[in-house]
Ligand binder design. Structure first.
Ligand code: AMP
Length: 491
């Protein structure tokens, strides 16, 4: 059964159950269904022929109702984060060719585009529609990730991609029921949000979002504990933060504890196991381009963890995912040799919106179309992939994917300074990035202010430094390792 049919049936069959808990307020499936129906009617009446619909995100029932309305109609949603700089939002609007945007409240000014404020849509007692037709190749959503040229990169994911993900998800054995309470800790611009709301809603379970006030990671723990969460997908950096409280944390109700988005520390997850004695703990891995996640590794209940250099393995491909390890030229490397993980199968996106990027990101081998992940791996003799880091300058900060080159591009343009470097550092085990400019020292808060107007908050450097000249490695490139050392000793 397609995920759209599952979602539709679940909404209709679980009317009296809670579907969402947002900021402590519950919304039943019946209430959600009514808002879905209202949004659908509006979309059909006001923009019937338009397929791509922007959603200005907010933590409200209407935002989720809009997503579900669009999915059931077989259209495409494009999340727009109101906290991101206006220029970035405009770039997304124009790349995705959006002509209509739904917002749950007052909308930021978007040029040449119709905005529907959902808070003014009347309440009606009507039911959602599930559009007929073959939507398998239609785009369900388009997500924009950091792009190395300074322009966000649009990745469309089709209905078939999501159905293939769902098949793999169920094949792993994850079974959610209407009794489950599931954590949704992610921005809706990030694809880990999709599994966090969609799979629970397809099962009649309740989705708990994070309170919008307070510190994110503290809120995660409060929601896990207060609401007896049973299914939680989180980014590993949460463990570095929670470690200081591990001795007090006891979450026996948690059935599934999944980690994704960045390297998972074996030490931390072994300690975490004691906090969640009844949970199945999995390290899942995957890029947005291959729909949410596509490999998985289960942490043994006895505490034996497959790890290399302290990083938990990313395991085996999910059902329907094909993997190879290739060298720079796209040739297969011998088993046990390090290379780039390349992914094929129905979870892989048909390609970026920007065709130029597809030329290097995808290749065909023996009739299969592969996506180059940029992730370095080794295949263990038992079939598990060992994660060895990135082959490029992409980093993860709290799970957000960031191209260091994108920040460098903004810094170079904004400050007219040719030699800049973004350096990834990890004080107290928490990843962050720092900006180094090859100039005389100037006012750091002015620089920070300018960067804030150009990039989302998660891309802003935690520190700004001035080094003249920048150190170079033997190849004549900026020596980021040396800079990281200089930063550690406070340049
Ligand atoms: P995104 O497209 O934002 O989901 O980011 C995908 C990237 O996150 C991957 O290419 C990896 O570099 C990294 N990643 C995701 N999951 C894991 C994991 N379990 N272990 C290590 N890195 C991961």
């Amino acid at each position: 059964m397609s995920f759209r049919s599952r979602l539709y049936n679940s909404i209709n069959n679980n009317s009296s159950h809670n579907a969402l808990c947002i900021n402590g307020c519950y919304c039943t499936y019946k209430q959600l269904a009514e808002r879905v129906a209202v949004v659908q009617q509006t979309l059909i009446q006001q923009s019937g022929s338009l397929d791509r619909i922007g959603i200005v995100l907010s933590d409200t029932v209407d935002t989720y109702a809009a997503i579900i309305a669009i999915l059931l109609l077989g259209k495409t949603y494009v999340p727009l984060h109101p906290g991101h700089p206006g220029e970035r939002i405009q770039q997304i609007v124009s790349q995705a060719s959006l002509e209509v945007v739904l917002a749950a409240s007052a909308t930021p000014q978007l040029a040449h585009i119709a905005c529907v404020d959902m808070s003014f849509l009347p309440s009606v007692s009507s039911t959602p529609v599930l559009s007929d037709g073959d939507f398998s190749n239609a785009f369900a959503y388009i997500l924009f990730t950091s792009g190395s040229t300074g322009i966000p990169k649009g990745t469309p994911i089709t209905y078939d991609n999501i159905d293939s993900f769902a098949t793999g998800f169920y094949a792993i054995g994850y079974q959610l029921t209407p009794q489950d309470r599931c954590l949704q800790m992610f921005d809706l611009t990030f694809d880990l949000s999709v599994v966090s709301y969609l799979m629970p809603l397809c099962a009649g379970a309740c989705v708990y979002t994070l309170p919008d006030k307070g510190m994110k990671f503290t809120n995660v723990y409060s929601v896990l504990e207060e609401h007896n969460i049973t299914f939680a997908l989180m980014v590993p950096s949460i463990l570095s933060f929670l470690r200081q409280y591990f001795s007090e944390i006891h979450l026996p109700q948690l059935r599934y504890s999944l980690f994704c988005g960045e390297a998972l520390s074996a030490d931390l997850v072994t300690e975490w196991q004691k906090c969640v004695p009844n949970a199945t703990i999995d390290n899942v891995y995957g890029p947005t381009e291959a729909t949410i996640f596509c490999t998985w590794y289960r942490i043994d209940t006895t505490g034996t963890v497959g790890a290399t250099n302290g990083v938990v393995w990313i395991g085996k491909p999910m059902l329907g995912v094909n993997t190879i390890v290739a060298d720079d030229e796209g040739n297969l490397v011998s088993t046990g040799e390090k290379g780039e993980l390349c992914l094929a199968g129905n979870q892989v996106t048909p390609g970026y919106l920007d065709n130029e990027k597809n030329k290097t990101a995808f290749f065909t081998l023996n009739g299969e179309r592969y996506y180059r992940t940029g992730d370095l791996v080794l295949l263990h003799s038992d079939g598990n992939y060992i994660y060895c880091g990135r082959s490029d300058h992409q980093v993860k900060i709290q799970g957000f994917r960031i191209e260091l080159a994108e920040i460098e591009h903004h810094a170079r343009t904004a400050f007219g300074c040719h030699a800049v470097a973004i350096v990834a550092t990890s004080p107290q085990g928490i990843n962050q990035i720092e900006l180094v400019l090859e100039t005389e020292a100037t006012n750091k808060s002015d620089i920070a202010g300018t960067l804030k107007s150009l990039m989302p908050a998660y891309m802003l450097p935690a520190g700004i430094h001035f080094v003249k000249p920048l150190p170079l490695n033997i190849n004549g490139k900026t020596d980021r390792k040396e800079l990281a050392k200089l930063i550690a000793t406070a340049i």
